[in-house]
Design a protein around this ligand. Sequence first.
Ligand code: UT7
Length: 349
Amino acid sequence: MIHSYIKGIGKYLPDNVVTNQDLTKYMDTSDEWIQERTGIKERRYAHRTEETTTTMAVEASTIAIERAGLTPQDIDFVVFATLSPDYYFPGCGVLLQRAMKMKEIGALDVRNQCSGFVYALSVADQFIKAGMYQNILVVGSEKHSFGLDFSTRGRNVSVIFGDGAGAVVLGATTEANRGILSTHLHSDGEMAELLAMYNPGTHANHWLEQPLADFDQAEIGEMFMSQQMLTKGQLYPFMDGPSVFKKAVVKFPEVIQEALDHNQLKVTDIDMLIPHQANLRIAQFVQQKLGLPDEKVYNNIQRYGNTTAASIPIALCEAFEEGRIQEKDLVCLAAFGSGFTWGSVLLRW
Ligand code: UT7
């Protein structure tokens, strides 16, 4: 039976370190508040003009492809997860294909925010299992720093997020008991607006009482992007933090247990849990609920903040580079975020 395994992995973090203290220059916050509520001490911000979501992805992908013993021309397909794309459209997948001079392969963009990498990996896994592709580049990359509200108004969101990229080459194998054992994906759109960036978007039509035909072109344009959106901060992400937190601490353990049950494994079989780095307090809550010891949970949010779709591949890469993951280890990846969406991947390294 063909299945997929991680053949190469890479990460990229911008050099620019931004401490909690640095953020106090722009907003009413404190190192103490941020560390107590989130565990974050510092994060990285991309160079404003020289780095983009795609250029960071190129850096991470180059390492992943090299470690897989391949060249960019060997890649059969790209799956790119991000919520901070270079353009509204086209997606970053094609920009990565161009920048890395890959063949005219398919490039798919995934928009599942914090669960983006888990969703992307699951999609790539299905293509490989079906025998369609041999080597798929799966990327998570974010340049949050360009789209955050650095005034006190946006402090509950802005202090959390950081920039970076992670990538894996997912390859095909027939070796038993190696690679991805299962993926589980979920969503509940009931709370879609609790963690969202509404504008620019096409949603305005949905709330209108008058038919669109009654509006002139300028008014319709205003619904997409307006000066009011700019002045009222409506072009920034919105998050109802406590609601996200409450749901996350339930769904993380649930989807991890689902993965274990599916494979007839137990929590004690997990060698390394890599939770999406949303908030250290969420990860600690999940760890406690599952009864996992510290050495079996990898966290680096303290240094990088929440890098959304990039957080799992960055953490996985770092754990691998530090020798915390060994061959045949059972590794569990789990994510929860905007949508709400959540999911898990169980794999044998
Ligand atoms: O990966 C994406 C998924 N996102 C998440 O998983 C986030 C989940 N939620 C969280 O991590 C937490 O809810 C936050 C860290 C975002 C917020 O922590 P919290 O303990 O839930 O705080 P809160 O939103 O209930 O706010 C408590 C107080 C408020 O002040 P008042 O109304 O009590 O006077 C906020 O205005 O803290 C204030 N506050 C801040 N104070 C200093 C909010 N942000 C800040 C800040 N610095 N950065």
